[in-house]
Design a protein around this ligand. Structure first.
Ligand SMILES: NC(=O)c1ccc[n+]([C@@H]2O[C@H](COP(=O)([O-])OP(=O)(O)OC[C@H]3O[C@@H](n4cnc5c(N)ncnc54)[C@H](OP(=O)(O)O)[C@@H]3O)[C@@H](O)[C@H]2O)c1
Length: 258
């Protein structure tokens, strides 16, 4: 069955690879992010490769009015969405007291408020049609407290809790929710989070392609939570085994400032 899939943060990284996964199924795509040129380039590539319909919508999801504006634009074009992929997100490395408050509130706007708004705008019609689904991109960070990236980790804890709650609420409705929780992944994420001043962490990272394919598969098989990679699956178990203090201090060390 041909579906229409709406993907935020499709201009790079995991979102771009998720777009490739859905394109390979011949879905119609709506690609959303701020970088118009990157979205247009991907749209042209996918149209050429798969002979599919691809729409591009430029939007800054740090603006509270963006989700409604995007949905109005889709209505204007007569497009109905079957699958929502809430992937856009970013974090900032630094202590809460020192990072600019306005930028930290933007993390909440993009990672949490826009994700909730888009869900609220698309979900009722999915439930009414008894088909469709939501793929959220959370993080292993959602399982941990995150000193030196406090708001980012807290935003992903929200995504984790919200996704699991919706999964249960939607049981039997024909609509599914999956939370994909990647660990460190090779993308622009670390460049954005750490600015250009601080060192790049030397850690093993998964590829965006591996992560996206795992997330896509989990969504298609109706899994509620998907943590890709064995090391990441072990990592998310640590808070269940270790005392909270040990977990907090380990993350603080991992995220330590220069
Ligand atoms: N990389 C990791 O290690 C990792 C680990 C766990 C979870 N994640 C999560 O994976 C998701 C994708 O990140 P990524 O690793 O693929 O990083 P990325 O390459 O930096 O991609 C982030 C995407 O989000 C979009 N975005 C950011 N701010 C936006 C805004 N204000 N409005 C609209 N779109 C915005 C970006 O597009 P524009 O800049 O064009 O707007 C880009 O397409 C995020 O939710 C991130 O938290 C990443």
């Amino acid at each position: 069955m041909k579906e229409t899939v709406f993907i935020t943060g499709a201009s790079s990284g995991i979102g771009l690879e998720l777009a490739r996964c859905f394109a390979a199924e011949k879905s119609t795509l709506i690609l959303v992010a701020r970088s118009a040129a990157a979205l247009e380039a991907l749209a042209a590539e996918l149209r050429g490769q798969h002979q599919i319909e691809v729409h591009v919508i430029t939007a800054d999801l740090a603006q509270p009015e963006s989700p409604q504006r995007v949905v109005d634009e889709l209505k204007g074009r007569g497009i109905m969405v079957d699958v929502l992929v809430n992937n856009a997100g970013f974090g900032l490395h630094g202590s809460f007291a020192e990072l600019p408050l306005a930028r930290q509130l933007e993390i909440i706007q993009v990672n949490v408020a826009s994700l909730v708004a888009l869900t609220g705008l698309f979900l009722p019609a999915m439930v009414e049609r008894r088909r469709g689904g939501i793929l959220n991109v959370g993080s292993v960070a959602g399982f941990l407290p995150g000193p030196n990236m406090a708001i980012y980790y807290a935003s992903k804890a929200f995504v984790q809790s919200f996704s699991e709650a919706l999964f249960e609420e939607l049981r039997g409705t024909g609509v599914s929710v999956t939370n994909l929780c990647p660990g460190p992944t090779e993308s622009n994420f670390f460049k954005v989070a750490r600015g250009h001043r601080s060192r790049e962490l030397q850690i093993a990272k998964m590829s965006t392609d591996e992560v996206a394919r795992a997330g896509h598969r989990a969504f298609r098989t109706g899994q509620c939570v998907k943590v890709p990679g064995t090391k990441n699956r072990l990592l998310v178990q640590l808070p269940r085994i270790l005392p909270r203090m040990v977990v907090r201090r380990s993350v603080a060390k991992y995220n330590k400032l220069k």
